[in-house]
Design a protein around this ligand. Structure first.
Ligand code: GUN
Length: 298
């Protein structure tokens, strides 16, 4: 048996198609959704992520601008700029690409962003709202995972979802989203992490297994139950002499072996990655819609 591939590329495209209509509707009312991205330094992954987000924005008709600061920028200068961007009506969303250079405290930067413009969903106000089931913006990667499951016919409702990884950007928020008493959620959620004893005995209980540990191919076939659905959030670059660049991308799963055992699996690339970018666009459009509605009724 070979698993069905869950294509993030095609599910993301159908969400973008829905967004095009919402953007056209906003434009007919004189509003162009605007996203400003801030990048500090030249970390190659960050350069590539930000340019991907910028390209997708342009393709959808979202106005985007990227502000690039040198590696040595001080925290004060960045915070001052965020205060300005919070007030700038052209931008409905602000994204500061992480990680930031070590002289800048990421938490203070995230805390400085107006929660109404925090399209990453990282501000503690938005994290708290998500946890209590009153979300304003959901963080892009876990929201993308939920959409992948729903739209591929693998609703997490009533299922046992085992998440490997407890990061603030993926593992923890995904658990918070999927445990809510809501449509598209209502799952039994277990989180495994580096302190977990005998992880394979737990992952083998998963109806839906989410790999979000950030290490190449650490989820092996013996950790997966026959017929499980596997979502691979990992993006790891490993050496590959057969490639022109000398490297290639792999996920956190041993894809080739697991695809013989799972019912469905996401590829890397082409799985969760395109969903993350698309959910950022969803949040930006939502920010513009909410502001327009507030202006009309306020
Ligand atoms: N770096 C890696 N992923 C992300 C993300 O989703 N948002 C931001 N701001 N930085 C990231």
């Amino acid at each position: 048996m070979s698993a069905e591939l869950i294509s993030g590329t095609s599910i993301a495209e159908s969400i973008r198609q829905e967004l095009r209509e919402r953007i056209a509707n906003l434009k007919s009312k004189g509003v162009t959704p605007g996203l400003v991205m801030v990048r500090v330094g030249e970390d190659p992954a960050s350069v590539s992520y930000v340019s991907g987000k910028s390209k997708t924005s342009a393709e959808l008709g979202i106005r985007s601008e990227t502000l690039v600061y040198p590696e040595g920028t001080g925290e004060g200068e960045l915070l001052a700029r965020i205060v300005e961007l919070n007030r700038d009506p052209r931008y409905h969303g602000i994204l500061v690409q992480l990680p930031l250079p070590k002289q800048i405290n990421e938490d203070r930067v995230i805390n400085a962003i107006d929660p109404h413009k925090d399209v990453d969903g990282f501000h503690p106000v938005n994290v708290g709202r998500m946890l209590i089931g009153e979300p304003y913006f959901l963080p892009c990667t876990p929201h993308g995972v939920q959409q992948l499951l729903m739209r591929s016919g693998n609703s997490p409702e009533g299922r046992h979802v085992v998440i490997c990884g407890r990061s603030n950007r993926v593992g923890k928020p995904l658990a918070a989203i999927l445990m809510q008493k809501k449509r598209g959620a209502n799952a039994t959620v277990t989180i495994c992490h580096t302190g977990t004893r005998d992880m394979p005995s737990i992952t083998r209980q998963a109806d839906i297994l989410v790999a979000a540990m950030g290490s190449p191919r650490v989820i092996t076939a013996d950790m997966v139950r026959e017929g499980a659905v596997v979502i691979d959030v990992g993006v790891n670059r490993i050496p590959d002499a057969s490639k022109k660049t000398g490297t290639r991308l792999v996920g956190d799963c041993d894809f080739e072996a697991i695809k013989e055992k799972a019912r469905a699996i996401t590829p890397v690339p082409g799985g969760v990655g395109p969903m993350t970018v698309t959910m950022l666009m969803v949040n930006t459009v939502r920010a513009a819609e909410i502001r327009l509605a507030a202006q009309r009724h306020g």
